[in-house]
Design a protein around this ligand. Structure first.
Ligand SMILES: NC(=O)C1=CN([C@@H]2O[C@H](COP(=O)(O)OP(=O)(O)OC[C@H]3O[C@@H](n4cnc5c(N)ncnc54)[C@H](O)[C@@H]3O)[C@@H](O)[C@H]2O)C=CC1
Ligand SMILES: Nc1nc(=O)c2c([nH]1)NC[C@@H]1CN(c3ccc(C(=O)N[C@@H](CCC(=O)O)C(=O)O)cc3)CN21
Length: 289
């Protein structure tokens, strides 16, 4: 059985590190996605987050907009934030029916207790709902900086089990990592992943250009390392926390550090400073590299 396609360009080596990128939007970002759309090549994956305070109608509308603009929608499903099996399957069916969704991304989510019957990502995958709905690829989270509630060994085991489970259900696994500021940390993690026999495609999470205060706020909220040493590698000086910072050095370091041993790798952008700014940055990077 041939593996379902993850991305039209995935088999072709990237000419520049940003080639074949994906990006994510929140349900509130439809207008800014529309504004940025001319700068995003067709078919590129656009993920739609599953945040508290959004409603399903807004998430569905955003997913529909991604498809209508010519991109590949990838809605997120946050296991711990889903109230019931009915709610899960209704949302899944709606995005399949209305936006021809083929790929989904599953993540536990930050609540310390599940709001419904799904305690973790595996519970969503194991329900069988995705393949029944015709989904061909499932994204899962990778955590190069570890997890607050799991040992390193457990992290690898969980990742391995989720990939195996997705594949056993006839779908293609894709790993999307938490954003990070430290290229070495992330590249070492990918090598370890390969050493452990996981050869599925990986998208490395990269923050888009944003105000430094905004970046720090998201780092704190998401448990992402932002020590003075790491920030200085990224190009942020601890003595000067005003202004904005882009991922130029991070992406350069990833591009420079990647080897054939890292296997298939692309970037995934978290546009904390807005979708148009991130897309402009990506196009400028591609133009100058
Ligand atoms: N704040 C931080 O430092 C970080 C937090 N996380 C959180 O961990 C979650 C991991 O998601 P997946 O990779 O999809 O894991 P997963 O859904 O495959 O779950 C793996 C294991 O971790 C447990 N777990 C997951 N989220 C938890 C939470 N919020 N509190 C207590 N235990 C939890 C699950 O019950 C399960 O045993 C993310 O949704 C994120 O909320 C992950 C990395 C860093
Ligand atoms: N552990 C963890 N939890 C998350 O929720 C999470 C991650 N990691 N990693 C990155 C993604 C991206 N996420 C987000 C979350 C919020 C907005 C956002 O735009 N929120 C507000 C603005 C809040 C602010 O600026 O502080 C909004 O208007 O919705 C965007 C991406 C959440 N994500």
């Amino acid at each position: 059985m041939s593996k379902p396609q993850i991305h039209p360009n995935w088999d072709r080596p990237a000419r520049v590190m940003t080639d074949g990128f994906s990006i994510e939007i929140t349900a509130k970002d439809v207008d800014s996605l529309r504004e940025a759309a001319p700068g995003i090549p067709e078919d590129h994956p656009v993920a739609i987050t599953f945040l508290p305070g959004e409603d399903f109608a807004a998430r569905i509308a955003a997913t529909r907009a991604v498809r209508e603009l010519g991109f590949e929608p990838m809605p997120h499903f946050s296991a711990r934030r889903i109230a019931s099996a009915q709610e899960f399957e209704d949302y899944l069916q709606a995005v399949v029916d209305q936006a021809d969704v083929k790929r989904c991304f599953v993540i536990a989510g930050d609540p310390t207790e599940a709001e419904g019957p799904f305690d973790d990502s595996s519970a969503l995958i194991g329900s069988g709902a995705f393949e029944r709905a015709g989904i061909t690829a499932i994204g899962i989270g990778g955590h190069p900086e570890g997890h607050p509630y799991m040992t390193e060994q457990q992290c690898w085991q969980v990742l391995h089990d989720k990939c195996a489970m997705i594949e056993a259900r006839g779908m293609a696994p894709l790993i999307v990592t938490q954003f990070a500021f430290d290229a070495d940390r992330v590249l070492d993690w990918v090598l370890e992943l390969r050493r452990r026999g996981i050869h599925d495609p990986v998208r490395l999470g990269v923050p888009g250009p944003a105000g430094i205060k905004t970046l720090m706020r998201f780092a704190a909220r998401c448990g992402v390392g932002a020590s003075a040493t790491v920030l200085s590698k990224y190009g942020i000086s601890i003595g000067k926390l005003i202004g904005t910072a882009g991922p130029d050095r991070l992406v350069d370091a990833i591009a420079k550090g990647l080897t054939p041993e890292h296997g298939p790798v692309r970037l995934h952008f978290y546009p904390f400073g807005g979708v148009p700014k991130t897309v402009a940055w990506i196009n400028e990077y591609a133009r100058t590299h």
